[in-house]
Design a protein around this ligand. Sequence first.
Ligand code: ZN
Ligand code: ZN
Length: 420
Amino acid sequence: MTSSSSPDGLSHDRLLDRLGEVAVRTGLNVAPGQQVLITAPLDAVPLVRKIAEHAYRAGASLVTPFYTDDAVTLARFHYAPDEAFDIAPNWLHDGMANAYRAGAARMAITGGNPVLLSEEDPDRVARAGKAASLAGRPAMELITSFAVNWNIVACATPAWAEQVFPDEPPERALALLWDAIFQASRVTVEDPVAAWAAHNETLHRRADWLNDRRFAALHFTGPGTDLTVGLADGHAWAGGSEPARNGIVCNPNIPTEEVFTTPHARRVEGFVRATKPLFHQGTLIDGIAVRFAGGRITEAHATQGQTVLERILATDDGARRLGEVALVPHSSPISQSGVLFRNTLFDENASSHIALGQAYTKCMVETEGQTPEQLEARGANTSFIHIDWMIGSAEIDVTAITQDGAREPLMKHGEWVKTV
Ligand code: ZN
Ligand code: ZN
């Protein structure tokens, strides 16, 4: 891999270094003296080292990496006793939550095998997933409420590359996936950090415009889709960089192309068909089609992974309701690459999407001092899960519905009607 080079003639090592720099400077925006926690797959060691180097150069006081190993995960499913699947390392999650409370930044590196657990017992997969979500709740709450600066960035791995480019030899598949990640993460351009600043500007202008308009609902129409998504009372659109509650302006996702907000958990009506497969905790769910009434999913079908989908929806009350709606033009670079990444970080940024489960309270105005009950009354959903799935394509139109019920075209054939 070290011999691979981009069309611009930059070596793999140079591009990896730039990705590390963008993750630290644009993604996290590490503050002097701040600790950084990194979670990563084993294959990400070279990227983690680049990130650590840039983090220390930016003034980080301590960088602590935690690695996951797909082989160890599989060993559990193959040899652990059945009762083992309801436990999780609470001590580790509690420790991470403590670190965030003390001001540490969180860096997550994605890139594990998207279908690692596809052959495993769906019941055990669901139980293990639920145990992990429960244990991780205190830490996740600090992340979803944006208490500290955080970032997710991707690392190509052989297992992931094989899923994305199944017809290519392993080395070539890995090189192609790295190229796609470098392109989508905007590190192949002249000055990546400046390019990100300009991209953030564009996303901020779109979010500001949507916030000025204060639409009441969005109506998605297209093949298999006629869905009205009411927006939460006092919802706020976000996109690109934003200040965490510790005052540090960061980019939670590298890459990102979306503007997104909080839907109203009880005001979603109609039916919708997913435009891309969903990869969740190592399993594939394809051909998702669901119907909503009063904000709740009343019918759900998948051509593949129906059992997993049903188990996700049974997680808790909020798992059948929406916690996010996001708009992404079909012309976004990730979408135009034509690559189905089989990884939510990329696929959700190639397509308008909705998320089942937990809402981001940062996507609401005037939340200071409000109780969870007050936020819920305004439409914010609560759940252990937050799962994005893709509903946008060149065939989808989005019409905005204003507070007084007027209709205004927002996206036609997957593109913004108005430039802002
Ligand atoms: Zn999103
Ligand atoms: Zn989401």
